[in-house]
Design a protein around this ligand. Structure first.
Ligand SMILES: Nc1ncnc2c1ncn2[C@@H]1O[C@H](COP(=O)(O)OP(=O)(O)OP(=O)(O)O)[C@@H](O)[C@H]1O
Length: 395
């Protein structure tokens, strides 16, 4: 049995109307029947465009939103059915690292107080001294200076604040950490450091991650298995390398075609699949295959009427498309959608001969990147102020 298993998870938000908002006129199908398994010590990457339900799914696992239907099984226990008090105990084992490090930390609490809060809630550490010692060790491990304890979130840079977010999860000794866009609010140079840190911690502590991101490069680097979401459902799932080598679902193909390749020659040959229209509203999803309204290979039969199941095509690769095999072997031609060169000659402003022969080492985050901007991070200067939001409570 896998450490974390989701079976047919649905999260439908009611759409309310009326003067008192007491009339339910429909539902937003934010997550609409997701089943997946996350193995202990591995990383499951969840990708998809904004609004496809990634965050809601992550929150559903922690029961931060109500689960309409389905099971979320952690180590044999279905969390979806646990009474609130018992769920509180399980929360220690499941932690979340949020996208906006500043917004998720209470600006009025110093770091010691922020980290102690969760420990007190879960009875970790017999005395304040014991808790402080543990916090100090973890802060040092995530690369924060010794004097961080008495300082406040605004005194840290964006990368340091994300390290505080990671430390807040770690002090509770979780089994699973759900990282929701853990680096998308950070500078590119800092992103690689935080990703490397997450990987090191996983190796040392045997952590299991679910990493939610829209950036395919980030997810590829860190994930063992990747699930691609579209309009509340998984459309494809595969071991990371297999998904990148052979994306089978038309939506995954379109997503991949948008990722630049760090080799000018390949980039010149590469084609980009442009999808027509926007993501349909999850309050009124299309019939049949959810993707058929934008699919470049859409057919008159089946696509608009039958919802394809996520079918196993071997090697742990699952795909939800009626015509995945025909698209892969080239027997099905595109029916719509534009295909354009990935790099239009005029838009680059750089002639082919002027472009560098080789892409810079860090063009794609597939290698470990030296922590050379650590110094500027440790200087303690806060980066540009970010909008403060309601801080997330320790879970
Ligand atoms: N509390 C809520 N009530 C009603 N609708 C909601 C609620 N939370 C999310 N939604 C809707 O559910 C859908 C999925 O949202 P979600 O934030 O999970 O997507 P996402 O893929 O994580 O996008 P992003 O990357 O922009 O956060 C969206 O249409 C969103 O508007």
């Amino acid at each position: 049995m896998s450490l974390l298993e989701l079976d047919g998870v649905k999260v439908h938000f009611p759409v309310k109307k009326g003067i008192l908002f007491d009339r339910t006129v429909g539902h937003v199908h934010a997550v609409d029947g997701v089943s997946l398994k996350v193995e202990a010590g591995q990383t499951y990457g969840l990708v998809g465009e904004s609004g496809c339900g990634k965050t809601t799914l992550g929150r559903a696992v922690l029961r931060l939103v109500d689960i309409t239907e389905g099971e979320v099984v952690l180590d044999g226990t279905d969390l979806a059915k646990l009474p609130v008090e018992e769920m509180r105990r399980f929360r220690r084992r499941l932690q979340m690292v949020f996208q906006d490090p500043l917004g998720s930390l209470n600006p009025r609490q110093n770091i010691e107080s922020i980290l102690t809060e969760g420990m007190l809630a879960h009875d970790i550490g017999a005395t304040q001294e014991e808790r402080r010692e543990k916090i100090k060790k973890i802060l040092a491990r995530v690369g924060l200076p010794g004097n961080a304890l008495s300082r406040y979130p605004h005194e840290f840079s964006g990368g340091q604040r994300q390290r505080i977010g990671i430390a807040r999860a770690l002090v509770l000794e979780p089994d699973v950490i759900i990282c929701d866009e853990p680096v998308s609010a950070l500078d590119v140079s800092i992103q690689a450091q935080v990703i490397n840190l997450l990987e090191e911690l996983q190796e040392e502590l045997g952590l299991t991650y679910v990493v939610i991101a829209h950036d395919l490069a980030v997810v590829r680097h860190i994930s063992d298995v990747i699930g691609v979401m579209y309009l509340g459902a998984l459309v494809e799932e595969a071991p990371s390398d297999a998904l990148y080598a052979e994306p089978r679902h038309p939506y995954t193909r379109a997503l991949m075609s948008a990722v630049p390749v760090p080799d000018p020659e390949v980039e010149d040959q590469r084609e980009r699949i442009l999808l027509a229209g926007d993501l349909p509203s999850p309050a009124n999803p299309p019939t049949g295959c959810r993707f058929h309204t934008r699919c470049p290979w859409v057919q008159d039969t089946l696509c608009a009427t039958d919802r394809p199941a996520l079918a196993d095509i071997g090697g742990g690769h699952r795909v939800a498309c009626h015509y995945a095999a025909e698209i892969a072997d080239g027997t099905l031609q595109r029916t719509s959608g534009a295909v354009v060169p990935a790099v239009p000659e005029q838009s680059t402003g750089v002639e082919k001969s002027e472009r560098p022969e080789k892409a810079p080492e860090n063009a794609e985050k597939t290698e470990k990147v030296p922590d050379n901007s650590e110094k500027s991070e440790k200087s303690g200067t806060a980066e540009k102020p970010e909008k403060a939001e309601k801080p997330e409570k320790a879970l």
